[in-house]
Design a protein around this ligand. Structure first.
Ligand code: CAA
Length: 283
């Protein structure tokens, strides 16, 4: 498959990270978001991240400016019509994702792959919303995208072997390490990560230790680069809650019950870094 131009839907932390990585790997990229402020913020994040990588000598000044020049932005989903592959990284909302995929299916050439960065929504269901389920696949990136090497390549029930092979190849061209996973609630990553974070929140709610103690134990005792509460703030508490709700509902086991403190914090708008307050405060 000859991929030159990639459209990314969503300019949030992950969408802008994917845009950056694709542009830095030599692809032409159109980053699409209906909110102009999100596009501005996404571009600023990319500039800052490329600047840091150049400062550290991980990319040259030439690569930095070439990556920036390869990025176009648009507020209109129709801008994806000219792309050779689409990666959707919109808000983790099933109705929204299904609508976006229906529209992408109508807008784009029928032979191109439509990938989703969903962290927990069924790829089989997303594929079934289109007329090309064989070309719908999960490309699950990790935050911060420019630094994290994994891409979970998720195979829905209808995804073809050719689509999986092309997605694995693309992930490698982006400098990532793809790992293939079958479609199941939370895939592998969030089936394991989110229950750990949820348990840390239970420990906090029950007064087993302070936030610093819980994060400190996991950092110093298990060599995790960040404690689970700091990580929850980075991922977004709304995302963690959504994943726990999917695991609880779709796997039907009490062990996945979302912690009430997590649900209360999301109700209060304490979503972590992106809202300025989660388990910690951010300026
Ligand atoms: N671009 C470029 N550079 C970046 C960057 C970015 N986006 N983010 C951080 N850096 C730089 C920092 O500026 C820092 O540079 P200096 O050394 O010059 O200060 C360097 O990377 C290291 O960062 P820090 O010193 O702040 O912290 P660190 O050594 O702990 O590394 C980290 C940061 C890579 C994020 C590390 O803490 C880590 O791996 N944390 C865990 C991340 C993780 O688990 N991510 C997955 C979340 S789950 C998910 O995303 C999917 C889902 O569906 C929920």
């Amino acid at each position: 498959m000859n991929i030159k131009h990639i459209a990314i839907i969503g300019a949030g932390a992950v969408g802008s990270g994917i845009t950056q990585v694709c542009a830095a790997s030599g692809y032409r990229v159109t980053m699409i978001d209906i909110y102009p402020q999100a596009l501005e913020k996404g571009l600023a994040t990319i500039q800052k991240s490329l600047g840091k990588l150049a400062e550290k000598g991980r990319i040259t000044a030439g690569q930095q400016s070439a990556a920036l020049e390869a990025i176009a932005t648009s507020g209109d989903l129709a801008a994806a019509a000219r792309a050779d592959l689409v990666i959707e990284a919109a808000t983790e909302n099933p109705d929204l994702k299904l609508r976006v995929f229906r529209e992408l299916d109508a807008l784009t050439r029928p032979e191109i792959i439509l990938a989703s960065n969903t962290s927990s929504i069924s790829l089989t269901k997303i594929g079934a919303a289109t007329k090309r389920p064989d070309k719908v696949v999960g490309m699950h990136f990790f935050n911060p995208v420019p630094l994290m090497t994994l891409v979970e390549v998720v195979r829905g029930l209808g995804t073809s072997a050719e689509t999986v092979a092309a997605t694995v190849e693309l992930s490698q061209k982006l400098g990532k390490t793809p790992i293939e996973v079958n479609d199941s609630p939370g895939f592998i990553s969030n089936r394991i990560l989110c229950p750990m974070i949820n348990e840390a929140i239970y420990a906090l709610m029950e007064g087993v230790g302070t936030r610093e103690a819980i994060d400190g134990v996991m950092k110093l005792g298990m060599n995790h680069p960040m404690g689970p509460l700091t990580l929850a703030d980075m991922v977004g508490l709304d995302v963690v809650l959504f994943v726990m709700e999917v695991l609880h509902r779709d796997l039907g086991e009490d062990k996945y019950r979302p912690c009430p403190l997590l649900a209360r914090m999301v109700d209060a708008g304490y979503l972590g870094r992106k809202s300025g307050r989660g388990f910690y405060q951010y300026s």
